[in-house]
Design a protein around this ligand. Structure first.
Ligand SMILES: N[C@@H](CCC(=O)N[C@@H](CS)C(=O)NCC(=O)O)C(=O)O
Length: 199
């Protein structure tokens, strides 16, 4: 399969999961400004939405949206999502929260047209939402259970962004991100995207 990504973008979550599962994958960099792939192809012809990530399966089918891509990758490696009972639904709940509430809250921070006021408000909202996630880490090492899941990969990317943009991150989440960063899959994905593997 092929993962269309942009360095340090939310596609890093799928990149980490692919490395964690050791799935044979071709990584194709996308220039989000020109919408061209590193091969010079029109990315919109592959994913009409124009944003990353997109996962192209070996039969040519293209899957978009982090929630769908991460869930698909977890279906290939079931240990990456709780499979039974309420744990399964709470994991989905957290995945949805990271995508629709946390990830989306960053938008003004990345928007060059947003005012300083809007950026400050967005940082406060991100911090508040991280605070809600922090509570779970009091009892466990991973965000939705005792083992690594695709939700950890997604949340790791949100924490990278938060740290980079000066959002106040609770100490337990900083420790959690530092621990995740030491996983071979995380450093391999960061390296593949040309990003710093240090803290
Ligand atoms: N709803 C999408 C959002 C993906 C998204 O926000 N991608 C960003 C990078 S993190 C992007 O490609 N932005 C460039 C653009 O929208 O043109 C998902 O969850 O996959």
């Amino acid at each position: 399969m092929k993962l269309y990504y942009s360095p340090g973008a939310c596609s890093l979550a799928a990149d980490i999961v692919i490395h964690e599962a050791n799935l044979p994958t071709t990584f194709i960099k996308v220039d989000l400004k020109t919408k061209l792939t590193e091969n010079g192809d029109d990315y919109r012809a592959i994913n009409a939405k124009g944003y990353v990530p997109a996962l192209q399966l070996d039969d040519g089918d293209v899957l978009t949206e982090n929630v769908a891509i991460l869930s698909y990758l977890a279906s290939l490696t079931p240990r990456f999502m709780p499979q039974d009972g309420m744990a399964k639904w709470h994991a989905l709940e957290t995945l949805a929260f990271v995508s629709t509430e946390l990830h989306k809250s960053f938008k003004p921070i990345f928007n060059p047209a947003a005012s300083e006021e809007q950026k400050t408000a967005a940082k406060a909202l991100v911090a508040q939402r991280l605070g809600l996630l922090e509570q779970g880490l009091a009892e466990r090492d991973f965000i939705v259970g005792d083992d690594f899941t695709v939700v950890d990969a997604y949340l790791f990317v949100m924490l990278l962004w938060a740290q980079k943009h000066g959002v106040s991150v609770p100490p337990s989440l900083t420790r959690y991100a530092d621990t995740l960063r030491k996983r071979p899959s995380v450093s391999a994905a960061l390296k593949m995207e040309g990003l710093s593997t240090g803290s």
